[in-house]
Design a protein around this ligand. Structure first.
Ligand code: ZN
Length: 338
């Protein structure tokens, strides 16, 4: 009798070791603990066993049943946990790729503006962001009492020896280039500029400008208009138009504000162009003879034009963003849209 029980136990050990799935556990359970299983079969045999041995046999059989039940439960838990893990893995999902950075929207606009002007034969010039009042104002024909010199507009630096400031525009680069090179000069100067403005949706104390300058013999206002029109058409589409409005800047004469026809409403008037059909984009004009003379370029021989515009403003319209501050906050939810 004992032999039967130990046979069942060693057979179970072998079957137990071979189990490799939850369904195999179910089959094992059925084979040993089922109503027609090996254990039940032995219980059925109890009546054939002599009464004096019956009690001991029953005890051994119960011990074996308890052991098998416990080990099968253990197997069930093990394979149920594994199956759970497998079910959670969707092998058809795309893999997780590393984070890829992108170019900041202002950098994209910067690159595009540079590309367009390079295509028109302009080269890119750079200059310092800390300037003296000479380069930022004096050489640009800005009178000593001009309001842009006020500390409320300009960040002055506490540096002895000269009047130092953070440049309020990229125009000082014009002076530096004209004092270094002789015409023909055809440059753009993109870069960071600073003004003492309170940040709001359209103002920032630090912002990007791009300056253009063309000086040669016989340069006319028509060259300015043609170049600016070609630039905005390359940037915003072949169907945009420009208009020039008389204006005043100390360093150009005559001066003009450049408006671009509103490409949101095609000139009909909308919220963005405030109903006018035009978007204010840039300041421009013919380089003032005093500015040329300051750089030892004879205004009787040479003439030139210049323009300046904010890169943020180009980007606002290009991307349909309505708050300039979004460009500086480095919020990935914003930046990832570009
Ligand atoms: Zn409009």
């Amino acid at each position: 009798m004992n032999q039967d029980i130990s046979n069942i136990k060693s057979q179970f050990d072998a079957d137990y070791a071979a189990v490799n799935s939850l369904s195999a556990v179910d089959r094992l359970k059925y084979a040993y603990l089922g109503r027609k299983g090996a254990i039940s079969a032995q219980f059925d045999r109890m009546k054939e066993i002599p009464p004096e041995e019956r009690r001991a046999f029953g005890a051994m059989l119960n011990t074996l049943k308890t052991e098998i039940t416990a080990r099968i439960e253990e197997l069930q838990q093990k394979f149920a946990a594994e199956q759970q893990t497998e079910a959670d893995i969707d092998l058809t999902l795309p893999g997780i790729t590393g984070f890829r950075g992108g170019l900041h929207p202002l950098t994209q606009v910067y690159d595009e503006v540079v590309d367009i002007f390079r295509g028109l034969g302009f080269t890119v010039e750079d200059g310092p962001e800390c300037e003296t009042a000479y380069y930022n104002f004096d050489a640009l024909n800005t009178p000593p009492n001009h309001p842009s010199r006020e500390w409320t507009d300009t960040f002055y630096l506490d540096v002895p020896g000269d009047t130092w400031l953070l440049r309020t525009h990229t125009s000082p680069v014009q002076i530096r280039v004209m004092q270094r090179k002789k015409p023909p000069i055809r440059i753009i100067a993109p870069g960071r500029t600073y003004r003492n403005d309170k940040p709001d949706a359209t103002h920032s104390p630090a912002f990007m400008q791009v300056e253009g300058l063309y000086v040669d013999k016989g340069v006319t206002f028509a060259d300015l208009k043609g170049t600016v029109l070609a630039f905005y058409r390359a940037l915003y589409g072949a169907d945009v138009n420009i208009r020039l409005r008389p204006s005043f800047f100390p360093f150009t004469e005559p001066s003009a504000e450049v408006d671009v026809s509103c490409f949101f409403c095609r000139g009909k008037g909308c919220r963005i162009c405030k109903g006018s059909g035009w978007l204010e984009m840039a300041g421009s004009g013919m380089v003032h003879p005093n500015v040329l003379a300051e750089c030892d370029i004879d205004p009787e021989v040479y003439s030139g034009w210049a323009f300046g515009m904010g890169l943020e403003r180009i980007a606002l319209f290009k991307f349909g963003v309505d708050d300039i501050r979004l460009f500086y906050e480095n919020d990935l939810r914003f930046l990832q849209q570009f």
